[in-house]
Design a protein around this ligand. Structure first.
Ligand SMILES: NC(=O)c1ccc[n+]([C@@H]2O[C@H](COP(=O)([O-])OP(=O)(O)OC[C@H]3O[C@@H](n4cnc5c(N)ncnc54)[C@H](OP(=O)(O)O)[C@@H]3O)[C@@H](O)[C@H]2O)c1
Length: 175
């Protein structure tokens, strides 16, 4: 399974601005457009429950969204089989099951906990990272454990005049 981790951070690597969970308050319109395009190209999206609770994406026949949560039963009324599902599987178990179902590519729209778990299990193939020209000093880091991930740059794109940059990397190895 090819797994693309897509995220937007500040220049100092924060996925959130301090304690606020609302990423779209500070990320650029150009990043929102890039994310929308990327999302539309994917039929399988995985996210954490925090992101789901904020975004509450509508169920779409065109794609399956899987929300990772330790309490799937909490979301029983929101499940739409084949469109929005809730799971407490580990990343490796989830990926194996989805591969068995025939999925070949996943878009991972994850915060720091889920991202850390996917990296630790060496499941991420590419990182598509938008860097906004902002410094927050406080907020969620990309990952929350010590690790060393080596990456190879695939492309650099300047998204706007202010200097929002989209970087695409391939994961080379993890120690
Ligand atoms: N800047 C960006 O690109 C970006 C991207 C995504 C999210 N965010 C932000 O990051 C913040 C955190 O988002 P998030 O909570 O979605 O982060 P996350 O790290 O993706 O998800 C964390 C949640 O996922 C569940 N989880 C984690 N590991 C699990 C496992 N092995 N099995 C089952 N469930 C597991 C837990 O949900 P339960 O608590 O329900 O058990 C946990 O609270 C939010 O403010 C969000 O807006 C930023």
């Amino acid at each position: 399974m090819k797994i693309i981790f897509v995220a937007v951070t500040s220049l100092d690597g924060k996925m959130t601005r301090g304690d606020s969970p609302l990423v779209h308050e500070w990320s650029s319109d150009e990043d929102a457009f890039h994310f929308l395009q990327t999302r539309n190209e994917h039929s399988l999206i995985v996210m954490g429950s925090g992101t789901y609770d904020i975004v509450k994406p509508l169920a779409e026949k065109a794609r399956l969204r899987i929300v990772l949560t330790s309490k799937p039963e909490r979301y029983a009324n929101e499940m739409v089989p084949g469109q929005i599902e809730f799971s407490k599987e580990s990343p490796a178990e989830l990926v194996e099951r989805l591969e068995d179902l025939g999925y070949e590519q996943m878009l991972l729209v994850a915060g720091q906990k889920v991202t850390t778990e996917f990296f630790k299990e060496n499941l991420i193939t590419e990182v598509w990272l938008t860097i906004e020209p902002k410094i927050f000093g406080a907020g969620n880091a990309l990952v929350i454990e010590r690790m060393e991930v080596d990456l190879q740059l695939l492309s650099i794109e300047k998204l706007n005049e202010q200097g929002t940059i989209l970087l695409k990397y391939r994961v080379v190895g993890i120690n």
